[in-house]
Design a protein around this ligand. Structure first.
Ligand code: C5P
Length: 234
């Protein structure tokens, strides 16, 4: 079985990120580098993580004109990340440009293209926040619309909340990879996550990958926490 656990390295500096990564590496499938860590450490953190043999998910959620996003995706591909994120709300031309750029840059390097993941509606946004932007659809309707656009634009994966899995999985091609944060077991604090599912149920509902942060990095023994989650999937 491929290990579907992606650990969010939501820590502010490289030494803590690398220490955490080394301790949990045997029990997880990849590491997610987000805006805080990337902005404070730069691309070196990606190189150092890749040097340990780990797969890396660069979560910078690109959203810009197609040409600019295509260049950023090509640069991320040259950094040798295995997954990265873009905002679906950048539009279908932007999504197509991102996917094509990942394929082209990878081909030039003789590598497998990274999985370009679309982010639909941020889970921090509710109906009122969408209405303020002039979006009349409710959040679920907008997620559905953007997910279908992403598939039609050639994206091979999406980020979605665990509670969106039952709606999205049947709607999308089987090969579409769904990457799901908001994972908590019954005994975990929910932190600021409002809608959660445990790892096993998320996989059973159609997740391809699970993004897990605090339940692993804030645990007294992160390696044991990761191992326990992995065992819950077997
Ligand atoms: O600590 P926790 O497990 O809640 O971390 C989840 C990770 O997934 C964080 O890096 C967070 O930014 C990210 N994420 C999320 N909800 C989304 C999108 C991303 O929690 N809708």
């Amino acid at each position: 079985m491929r290990n579907p656990i992606i650990v969010a390295l939501d820590v502010p500096d490289a030494s803590r990120a690398l220490q955490l990564a080394r301790s949990v590496a045997p029990h997880v499938g990849a590491f997610k580098v987000g805006k805080e860590l990337f902005v404070s450490t730069g691309p070196d953190i990606i190189r150092e993580l890749r040097a340990t043999g780990a797969a890396v998910f660069l979560d910078l959620k690109f959203h810009d004109i197609p040409n600019t996003v295509a260049k950023a995706v090509a640069a991320a591909t040259r950094l040798d990340v295995q997954m990265l994120t873009i905002h679906c709300s950048g539009g279908s031309a932007m999504m197509r440009a991102a996917e094509e750029s990942a394929q082209r840059a990878a081909q030039e390097l003789g590598r497998t293209a990274p999985l370009v993941l679309g982010v639909t509606v941020l889970t921090s946004m509710d109906g009122a926040a969408l209405a303020e932007l002039g979006v009349e659809a409710d959040p679920a309707g907008q997620v559905r619309r953007l997910a279908l656009m992403a598939a039609a634009s050639g994206l091979r994966g999406l980020v979605c909340s665990p509670l969106e899995l039952p709606m999205l999985r049947p709607l999308l091609p089987d090969a579409m990879q769904l990457v799901t944060p908001g994972i908590r077991s019954g005994s975990d604090p929910t932190d600021d996550q409002k809608r959660t599912l445990n790892a096993r149920d998320a996989m059973a509902t159609g997740a391809s990958w699970l993004v897990i942060g605090r339940p692993i990095y804030a645990a007294p023994d992160p390696a044991a926490a990761a191992q326990q989650i992995l065992e819950s999937l077997r």
